[in-house]
Design a protein around this ligand. Structure first.
Ligand code: ZN
Length: 429
């Protein structure tokens, strides 16, 4: 039998025991190795010995994104520097980047986690995995690449963009799996359709990293490429990199690797746990990370916990797709709007496609206005545009409780990107 990367806990109780052991280890390791974490414990008058149950985690202070910037360039370092074998950095757009250090054991665990993603996506060692994400100091390329090698499939490291080479390798090497952002997947799907090479390629699965993908966008990509299945991989540089979880083939939620980190979902305002099913901020605590452990790290990513166990039978807990970042949250007329909610509304309307933009402006009357520019689905009858506009307005009003203006553009009119698509244009302030 091939090696499995999926843990075999008999029940949730066993997993919780494993988490408590990891939490105690992390507390002692971080306290003894990092002056920052030692002072965090001292702030609340605790020592690692005070951690006796999983509930004790909630007595510890949060670690914030800024704490990583203050300790630049090797924040949260909890091992001697000579034990660090690699660094990666986030693609932070403002100020200093977040730089994270790894020991060899950290790398091994990361690639095992990533191999688990490929395993749960149903790949075999016969698969050929074309990797179209960024290589370099970012975690994306290394994660997809070394996870693929650890799993034992064939990696084809093309990197992002380069559409001609992507198409050539899809045909010549008969790649069965394509890894990219959602925007790149849409671009490729449309390009393959345009070039008329669908019959010459052998693509079965697309694995998406790092960007939210609406149901409408998924449907479009699946259809144009004739795929068997499509998966979302979650992850962030602070937590090793991509490969922290994956929605299995049942697509009932994203299984996350609860044997490697504890996930809390908290109200970003009150910092108290939200009810199951409510949207909140993901807060993570690592269980075996050596170089830069995380204790109650506020990720800013928003999602919901899914309480129902997955019908695939795997007991690894699930959260919903990432709804956006709390930093991306729009406040319009006192209502909190997450970009993921707009995705959901538009995906429920069959006449609109996957592409849209949100424009926010403050008019002379001092009030804020939102305009949704949505692209019609291919072959939609545009004489019907007023009817589609009404439908969007009504659905937004009933689901999100705000009024908005709507513009419908023809299919293909909104720009396509190889990286992440910019959808929010806030011209207020
Ligand atoms: Zn499942």
């Amino acid at each position: 039998m091939e090696k499995s990367f999926v843990p075999d806990f008999a029940d949730a109780g066993q997993l919780f025991d494993h988490q408590l052991k990891g939490l105690k280890w992390t507390a002692a390791h971080a306290y003894n190795g990092s002056p920052f974490y030692k002072s965090q414990f001292e702030k609340v008058g605790m020592t690692p010995d005070d951690i006796t149950s999983l509930d004790d985690l909630r007595r510890l202070p949060f670690t914030m994104g800024n704490d990583l910037k203050e300790g630049y360039p090797l924040p949260l370092l909890s091992v001697p520097e000579e034990n660090v074998v690699r660094i990666h950095a986030s693609s932070g757009t403002t100020g200093k980047r977040k730089v994270l250090a790894y020991t060899q054991k950290d790398l091994d665990i990361w690639f095992d986690m990533f191999a688990r993603c490929y395993e749960m996506a149903g790949l075999t060692t016969k698969d050929r995995v074309q990797i179209a994400v960024g290589y370099g100091v970012w975690t994306a390329g290394m994660g997809f690449q070394l996870g693929c090698e650890r799993f034992g499939a064939m990696a084809i490291p093309v990197g992002p963009g380069n559409i001609d080479m992507q198409c050539q390798f899809l045909v010549d090497l008969q790649s069965t799996v394509f890894c990219c952002t959602a925007s790149m997947a849409l671009l490729m799907a449309e390009e393959i359709h345009k070039r008329g090479i669908k019959d010459q390629i052998n693509l079965k699965k697309v694995i998406l990293g790092s960007e939210r993908c609406s149901s409408a966008m998924r449907a479009k990509i699946m259809d144009l490429l004739g795929l068997e299945d499509m998966f979302d991989i979650t992850g962030m540089t602070e937590l090793y990199g991509p490969g922290n979880g994956l929605d299995c083939s049942k697509h009932e939620g994203i299984h996350y690797w609860a044997d490697k980190f504890i996930l809390e979902i908290l109200d970003p305002e009150t910092l108290e746990p939200v009810e199951d099913g409510e949207v909140g901020e993901m807060v993570v605590t690592t269980l075996c990370k050596e170089a830069a452990p995380l204790i109650r790290y506020r990720t800013r990513d928003l999602t919901r916990k899914i309480a129902k166990p997955c019908s695939c039978g795997n007991i690894l807990f699930m959260h919903d797709r990432i709804m956006g970042r709390s930093d991306d949250m729009i406040i319009l007329k006192g209502v909190n709007i997450y970009p993921g909610q707009i995705d959901e509304v538009l995906s429920s309307i069959p006449e609109v496609g996957s592409e849209y933009q949100l424009h926010l402006e403050r008019k002379e009357d001092g009030k804020d206005y939102m305009t949704i520019k949505a692209e019609a689905r291919q072959f939609t009858d545009m004489t019907n545009a007023d009817h589609i506009k009404d439908k969007i307005k009504k659905t937004v009003h009933s689901k999100i409780m705000v009024s908005c203006a709507v513009e419908i553009c023809a299919y293909g009119e909104l720009p396509r990107f190889e990286g992440k698509t910019k959808r929010i244009f806030d011209k207020r302030s």
